[in-house]
Design a protein. Structure first.
Length: 280
């Protein structure tokens, strides 16, 4: 009898998750029976699965407490990837404050704090709990950046304020994808805020294969050892950019529900299936 694995998604009216069929086909080739299930489906019997893999639960941003409570419940009846504790930490980008690895310089404005921002040529302001550049702005106007940060803080959200790095428009962001702790592939991603506005989700998934430089590999491995060293981490995406001096820095490490760019690299879906099989 083949192992039964849940591919966890959400009620997506746009049908944007174009990796489901690729992943499920690769799982089937590996002898794994995959089933697509909404994380909030009240009829789902999670105990019936040998492994529950969180993939495109992209509505968690508005329902984070509910989503994390669901993850903790699932872990009481079966195995969850990635684990609930990893999901909880990773879905709030304040984890970046605790990393020793180099991160894009960030000012934090928590609820109740004033938005006293540094002087920068351009600002990127976003909430610490967000996905797909939601509620994110890019502006050269310091007052506008401060007002957006203050508005987020007034709503009870922690704001992140970072410099906009021009080089991402030429070099792009580099995303290194790992399955079961092993490097699978890397892509150059389109800048999400080119032109000052967040691109549509479909544009954010556009990329091209890239061979990372040795210093990018070294930083990704350092980040994984620090941020994704928990047992049971099935997948990780490390997003990097270069600072003005040329050194790589972390944008974020995605351990909750990252797009994995499975269509861009031959063997990528098979690498994921192999990691799933190992986790069973």
């Amino acid at each position: 009898m083949s192992a039964s694995v849940a591919y966890v998604t959400y009620a997506d009216p746009e049908g944007f998750d174009d990796e489901k069929e690729i992943a499920l086909a690769a799982w089937a080739e590996a002898g794994i029976s995959g089933t697509v299930v909404r994380w909030d489906d009240p009829a789902a019997d999670w105990a019936a699965f040998d492994l529950v893999v969180v993939r495109s639960a992209w509505d968690y941003v508005d329902r984070r407490a509910e989503f994390l409570a669901w993850a903790r419940r699932v872990e009481t009846v079966t195995r969850l990837a990635n684990p609930a504790a990893v999901l909880e930490r990773n879905t709030d980008k304040t984890y970046l404050r605790d990393l020793a690895a180099p991160v894009i310089p960030t000012s934090w404005v928590a609820p109740g704090e004033s938005a006293d921002l540094p002087v920068l040529a351009e600002y990127v302001v976003k909430p610490a709990i967000s996905a797909g550049a939601r509620d994110t702005i890019r502006t050269a106007d310091r007052d506008k950046a401060a007002a957006h940060a203050a508005r987020l803080a007034a709503e009870g959200r922690t704001a992140m304020v970072q410099p906009y790095l021009d080089m991402v428009e030429a070099e792009g962001e580099t995303s290194l994808i790992y399955f079961g702790g092993r490097f699978s592939h890397a892509v150059r991603r389109n800048p999400m805020l080119a032109g000052g506005a967040a691109a549509p989700d479909a544009d954010n998934a556009r990329a091209e294969l890239r061979t990372p430089e040795p210093d990018q590999f070294a930083l990704a491995e350092r980040v994984l050892a620090e941020a994704a060293g928990s047992p049971g981490v099935l997948y990780a995406r490390v997003d990097l950019v270069r600072l003005p001096g040329g050194d790589p820095a972390l944008i974020e490490v995605e351990l909750a529900e990252p797009y994995l760019f499975l269509r861009y690299a031959p063997g990528a879906a098979g690498n994921l299936a192999h990691a799933v099989a190992e986790a069973l």
